[in-house]
Design a protein around this ligand. Structure first.
Ligand code: ADP
Ligand code: TZD
Length: 573
């Protein structure tokens, strides 16, 4: 406990402390720098004290966004992001972010106040009554409750450790109001706190597992590496580059792995993705799961005879979809060290004809994309690709900028159109395909890094967290939001079946929204206006929003994943 906090509680014959001070002291001891949250009973004083003690408190308008921010902070820093919520509904609002963090394997801890146990558990009807621990268990990597002030240090250490070690995820920590208010001797409190040593210990693969993978890669005719966001999270950038470049194996980055190597790297098969997946005979997954985003490893997307090597920290992930011929369980840095060390120079080389085949397809697809973008340049009203070409060019002037991206068409098209050159600079809807991460992720990126952030948003996607524009302006963050506004969910030109607007229809001037909070709004109807506005906004380093007027007829239903819509009788229409 700090001197300041001892005095705050009062220096008597025996110095005292309370639960609130112990939470703050424990977080400080574990070097927590920022808390993202919403205050109210019973955590308002906790936020005040944290701020007074030098922890930055970023106050949100909705807990879902605060929780998304904490998750993004976890991804960006490699240490659990902290979210603070009030009991009952506030807790429940945060749970989407906690579940999303768990789904994406980002480390975060949601600390929530909760109501009186003896009332909640008999369901006598308390203020904001909810059995939060039971609810959180379903949506988190783990959920814990602290019952005594003397256990606060233990609870926080346990939560931080669980969130970060092994496969990272979201952890819920329940701190009832009574525990926050509990008074104990300061000395006893201080003794009860500890700092977690080596938050996410390295995990080394067994040598025989490494050799098995090397044998497979050495015998491959068409080897391929798939980089996932686990590889970005692992921060093994140098080893990845060395392994990929010395073996010559082509690679495909998943969206948040873009930039681990620059997108224009000669070995990137991103623009020949379908061919690469369909033809590869040995596939090494590095921090990427064979989930829906990779068609579960099934034919016809994949070669049915392909053999998989999987590098992952979570052994239970292996064989979840396809037989894994060479499991490599460990942290990616350690696994790559071992692969580099045990693979004798020249043992693994990607055959030239395979590299040429992919290169040929890449050249064709790059040319096609350039043509489509050039055609969009002059289209009026503006098309997605017209706006994105300008955004791409301006972002190329700012490789330090973080890109946040959500929507359907806005997500799919931006992913392909906007190249990344720096690791961990792209954050998007991720594994869950969730809308609403936009402003929370953008705020965390700005707060954690101080770099400019550009959030490229579908107009529907933006609405889920749009009120956080006020948070962005209140904290004067260098965030520019670009809304690709085609007036609807997916598209803005659906016919309505009644006198009400169509279910997909939306209508908003988002540039006026940010003006209400003191930020700068731009409206851009052409690619030229888009470029000029974005350039000015990033240059100014202040909160801004560019509302891009996009042709309502541009875009497809559900973007690239329209096939997931149930057909039913509509299929016969
Ligand atoms: P993507 O969506 O980009 O394909 P996923 O989220 O599906 O990526 O996969 C990330 C994987 O990375 C998870 O299975 C997770 O267990 C794993 N992972 C996360 N951090 C590490 C690490 N440091 N070392 C090894 N594997 C990791
Ligand atoms: N709610 C949540 C939390 N997540 C979701 N994914 C959805 C709803 C459904 N949904 C999508 O999958 S994309 C999307 C919704 C509502 C928005 C698409 O419209 P947009 O993007 O304006 O954001 P485009 O560029 O117009 O396609």
């Amino acid at each position: 406990m700090t001197e300041a906090s001892a005095q705050a509680v009062g220096e008597g014959p025996v110095a005292l402390t309370d639960g609130i001070h112990l939470v703050v002291d424990a977080l400080k001891l574990n070097e927590v720098k920022t808390i993202y949250g919403v205050v109210g009973i019973p955590v308002t004083d906790l936020a005040r004290l944290a701020q007074a003690e030098g922890i930055r408190f970023i106050g949100f308008r909705h807990e879902s966004n605060a929780a998304h921010a904490a998750a993004a902070a976890g991804f960006l820093t490699g240490k659990p992001g902290i979210c603070l919520t009030v009991s009952g509904p506030g807790f429940l609002n945060g749970l989407v972010g906690l579940a999303n963090a768990t789904t994406n394997c980002f480390p975060m801890v949601q600390i929530s106040g909760s109501s009186e146990r003896h009332i909640v558990d008999l369901q006598r009807g308390d203020y904001e009554e909810l059995d939060q621990l039971a609810a959180a268990k379903n949506f988190a990597k783990a959920a814990y409750r602290i019952h005594r002030a003397e256990d606060i240090g233990r609870g926080i250490a346990r939560a931080l450790r669980t969130a970060a070690a092994g496969r990272p995820g979201g952890v819920y920590l329940d701190v009832p109001a009574a525990v926050l208010g509990e008074i104990i001797a300061a000395a006893k409190g201080e003794e009860s706190l500890w700092q977690v040593t080596d938050l996410a210990p390295r995990q080394l693969p067994a040598p025989e597992a490494v050799d098995r993978a090397i044998d497979l890669l050495a015998a491959a005719h068409r080897p391929l590496i798939v980089l996932g966001k686990g590889a970005a999270y692992a921060r093994a950038d140098a080893q990845l580059k060395e392994f990929i470049e010395t073996t010559g194996i082509p690679y495909v980055p998943m969206s948040m792995a873009k930039g681990l190597l620059p997108d224009d790297h000669p070995q990137s098969a991103a623009t020949a993705r379908s061919l690469a997946l369909r033809r590869a005979d040995v596939v090494m997954l590095v921090g990427a799961r064979l989930n829906w985003l990779l068609s579960h490893g099934d034919a016809p997307t994949w070669n049915p005879d392909a053999k998989f090597i999987q590098v992952d920290i979570a052994a239970a992930e292996l064989d979840s979809n396809q037989p894994i011929a060479a499991p490599l369980v460990g942290d990616i840095g350690s696994v790559l060290d071992a692969l580099i060390e045990r693979g004798k120079p020249g043992r693994i080389t990607a055959p030239q004809d395979w590299r040429d085949e992919l290169k040929e397809r890449t050249d064709v697809n790059v040319a096609k994309m350039a043509e489509r973008m050039a055609a969009a340049e002059t289209a009026h009203p503006m098309k997605f690709l017209g706006a994105l070409r300008s955004i791409r060019d301006v972002l190329a002037e700012h490789p330090e900028a973080y890109v946040v991206n959500e929507g359907a068409n806005a997500l799919d098209l931006t992913r392909n159109a906007v190249g990344m050159r720096v690791p961990r600079h792209r954050l998007d809807s991720g594994t869950w395909g969730v809308m609403g991460i936009g402003m929370g992720y953008a705020i965390a990126a700005a707060v954690e890094t101080g770099a400019p952030v550009v959030a490229i948003e579908g107009d529907s996607a933006f609405g889920f967290s749009g009120m956080e524009l006020e948070t962005i302006t209140r904290y004067r963050l260098p965030v520019t939001t670009v809304v690709l506004n085609n007036g609807g969910v997916y598209r803005g030109d659906d016919p309505s079946a009644s006198s009400d607007p169509a279910p997909t229809y939306l209508s908003a001037r988002h540039d006026l929204m940010i003006e209400a909070f003191g930020g700068t709004g731009y409206r851009a109807a052409t690619p030229g206006e888009t470029a000029a506005a974005l350039r000015r906004a990033i240059g100014a380093g202040r909160p801004a929003l560019v509302d891009c007027v996009i042709d309502p007829s541009d875009g497809t239903e559900s973007g690239r994943i329209g096939h997931l819509n149930p057909k039913g009788l509509a299929g016969n229409r």
